[in-house]
Design a protein around this ligand. Structure first.
Ligand SMILES: C[S@@+](CC[C@H](N)C(=O)[O-])C[C@H]1O[C@@H](n2cnc3c(N)ncnc32)[C@H](O)[C@@H]1O
Length: 211
């Protein structure tokens, strides 16, 4: 069973969570035939490259009940959908600038009856509201991303860690992250034993407030 790789690293899932993870394969296979939201190469490795990778954020930060999380540029729903399955008491907002991607995300939300997720067709710069954490993968370089999401993080923290950005990135980030003195990198190879994660990281950038 392909979802086993997820169950191996998240071994205290409820039956509902397991069933939801298991359904992702059929849902994405089906939707990908109609609208290409996940690259053809990656769809065969959905649980490794998309689901488990998304859940790497959860190894770094557990989200509290009632917390608000924004997934910027969610595409087909990553990392937002796997995280919303894992944290059913946390509220997730998934946003993407491309309508057909949000249509797929909405179909997945409906099929799984995920009542803790809302999906919006919008550029993030035009979205209102404030969130505890902003999560993302493969959307923009950090300086652009920080500019787009400015003013969207709540000042008061509901978690031990300060509110901020949790971004899934790979490769050498020295150049891109130069100038962010408060950034922290978490190597996913420390949590998941598979070559796919060799260069993968969660980049945590705490929100800075003036005054
Ligand atoms: C490479 S895809 C990544 C999708 C998903 N995060 C993943 O990792 O599978 C980048 C996505 O970001 C979206 N995007 C880019 N700029 C955006 C913006 N300013 N606001 C909202 N979505 C944006 C694009 O429409 C696209 O779906």
């Amino acid at each position: 069973m392909k979802a086993d790789i997820v169950f191996k690293y998240f071994n205290s899932l409820t039956e509902t969570q397991k069933q939801r993870f298991l359904r992702l394969e059929d849902l994405y296979q089906d939707w990908n035939q109609k609208i290409n939201v996940v690259s053809r190469k990656d769809i065969d490795e959905l649980y490794l490259r998309h689901v488990l990778h998304s859940l790497g954020i959860a190894k770094v930060q557990q989200f509290n009940e009632g917390a608000a999380i924004l997934d910027v540029g969610t595409g087909g729903g990553f990392p937002g959908i796997p995280l919303a399955i894992l944290f059913p008491e946390t509220q997730f907002t998934l946003v993407d600038a491309i309508g057909k991607k949000i249509k797929v995300v909405q179909e997945v939300i409906d099929a799984l009856k995920l009542d803790n997720v809302t999906a919006h067709h919008s550029r993030v710069e035009e979205l209102h509201g404030r969130f505890d954490f902003i999560v993302s993968r493969a959307v923009a370089a950090m300086p652009t991303f920080v500019r787009w999401t400015k003013g969207k993080i709540k000042k008061d923290s509901a978690h031990e860690r300060k509110n901020g950005i949790l971004y899934l990135k790979g490769g050498n980030l020295d150049e891109e992250l130069r100038g962010y003195t408060n950034v922290q990198l978490f190597e996913l190879s420390g949590y998941f034993d598979h070559p796919f994660f060799d260069t993968k990281k969660v980049v945590y950038l705490p929100q800075k407030f003036k005054g």
